[in-house]
Write a protein that binds this ligand. Structure first.
Ligand code: ITT
Length: 182
């Protein structure tokens, strides 16, 4: 039933999958989706969290797969929410973030994409610098309405070309280059 897919994206978040699928289509890689809540360890390192998620996913599904761990790092609040981005989004949300950020609005989005199969466990990083907007703008998921990439006036939620420049695009581009040559 799953034979036509090259590999699977394992995540509880279908927005992440849809963007990853659109991006990997560009590189000719056909990405399936296994919707699943993965064990998320407590760590200050996105990389360590991603490795633990990938191991958990591979032990469940035993298929070639990708997982992704993301973080939004805001300079003026010591890189918060960083590795806690998922929890912070579910608790204080974008409104809570806007209340915490005052003058220095510099921030970055980081994506770690980890590939796992029976022979490989490899991670790829994508980073995108930007600013936290003063109010929520546009209709998007997660932190999209408050993140303005550098050299743009629009938030991710207002852009129609997010997938051509995002942290996710940068990590998946590196992954694709490696995957297609391995
Ligand atoms: P998993 O099941 O894949 O772990 P998750 O939603 O918990 O899904 P992360 O821990 O990687 O995923 O995500 C951290 C948070 O950052 C989460 O709240 C996302 O909504 C948010 N996020 C990640 N990438 C984003 C993007 O491109 N735009 C907006 N928000 C994003």
């Amino acid at each position: 039933m799953h034979k036509s897919f090259d590999l699977f994206f394992v995540s509880s978040n279908s927005h992440k999958y849809h963007e990853a699928k659109n991006i990997l289509d560009l590189f000719g890689i056909n990405l399936g989706f296994l919707k699943s809540d993965l064990k998320e360890i407590q760590s200050n390192s996105l990389h360590d969290i991603a490795i633990a998620k990938a191991r958990d996913a591979f032990s469940k599904f035993k298929k070639p797969l990708l997982i992704e761990d993301d973080g939004l790092f805001i300079d003026s609040i010591a890189g918060f929410p960083g590795p806690y981005s998922s929890y912070v989004f579910k608790t204080i949300g974008n409104k809570g973030i806007l209340n915490l950020v005052k003058n220095n609005r510099n921030s970055k989005f980081v994506s770690i994409i980890t590939y796992c199969d029976k022979n490989y466990l490899e991670s790829f990083v994508g980073k995108l610098n930007g600013k936290i907007s003063k109010s929520q703008k546009g209709k998007g998921w997660g932190y999209d309405p408050i993140f303005i990439p550098n050299n743009s006036k629009k938030t991710f939620a207002e852009m129609n070309n997010k997938n051509e420049l995002s942290h996710r695009y940068k990590a998946l581009k590196k992954f694709s280059k490696w995957y297609l040559n391995k």
